[in-house]
Design a protein around this ligand. Sequence first.
Ligand code: ADP
Length: 412
Amino acid sequence: MNILVINAGSSSLKYQLIDMTTESILAKGLCERIGINGSNIEQKAGGKLYKKTLPLKNHVEAFGALVDALTDAEYGAVPDLSSIGAAGHRVVHGAEAFTGSVLIDDTVMQALRDNIPLAPLHNPANIMGIEACRAVMPDVPMVAVFDTAFHQTMPRRAYLYGLPYEYYEQYKIRRYGFHGTSHRYVTARAAQLLGRPIEQLKLISCHMGNGSSFAAVEGGRSIDTTMGLTPLEGLIMGTRSGDIDPTVIEMLMTSTGMSLADVMSVLNKRSGLLGLSAGLSSDWRDVKIGAQTGNDAALRAAEVFAYRAKKYIGGYIAAMNGCDAILFTAGIGENDSFARALILKGMEYLGITLDPERNQTREEALISADESRVKVFVVPTNEELAIARDTLALTGTIYTRYHSPAIERSLV
Ligand code: ADP
């Protein structure tokens, strides 16, 4: 069966068509600037590049363009829509309503709308993506896979803020965590690499990209993670501040005259590596080159980035009372030996020693020294494949339910 994986943003739509018999990518594409001048679609399928600039007024039009690209006689991947068995959608915020992936129906759509206040930037875009998919492919079953779902196993000591409890009860203000699909994929893969059941393992998954989060995963369940109510909390990221004292917001407003919206925009878009490097770059590659060639602003950004990361790793080892393996993934985690070495430097006391030569890899590999009590791995993430696997599992259920109506909707 072929599964279409959709990641819809407010003005973009990323997709992959995956053949699940071999788990291979048949086509990979991106619609950009939806609703803006100069909208376009680009797709790679079977080594051929399909590229078109065309008006895409909304997500439904983008979906139409995606279907045209996928079924194009020369550049496409499949002859027609009947070769697409199901669609899996990435949804950012599932709040407390979703502890796993779920078949999309009207009740689910309503729950997604109910969650908009918790993710005002992301969930409306995800909903538009689902509705566009429904409009263009009404007969294709669809699954929602949530960034937050994996972290719903966090105990209350990890997910509550030190705020009046009524705010949690009334407004659901709590820590949720994100990147759950990646943390779940990477920790499951690590268990295979270690040759041990995940139920017996204490793992720290370090997803470091433009957005970064770490997760403490004990027995296959997330028990803590660095992001919170939104993806702003936690680590230093490309442009996000991570943890700060909330009083910073008040001080910035009173000293600069910025509005609350302005300050929030600074914290989300002008902070992190970009802010600490005094505007040099939000891209780790630039920061690293700067740090290695004597640019003090870049070095400062790299130091704060690595120090924050190190403290979270130490904290998670304490939270789990041990750690079998630390896993590095995503753009920085998979590709950058310098970042990994900077973060794990001076952690021998906790049983962590990198092997400098093994650490040079950009592929799946063990990178700790033989004497390291805690193993360290690079484990490339694959969120699209994880979404496709969940979609296959749940649409298999649809097929069964079709023949046996008693079977309830189930969670992966
Ligand atoms: P996103 O969160 O947007 O999915 P990615 O996982 O693609 O982000 O990661 C982007 C980050 O990865 C950037 O900071 C980039 O500099 C870094 N990165 C990508 N490739 C490399 C590389 N070869 N070496 C070092 N850093 C890299």
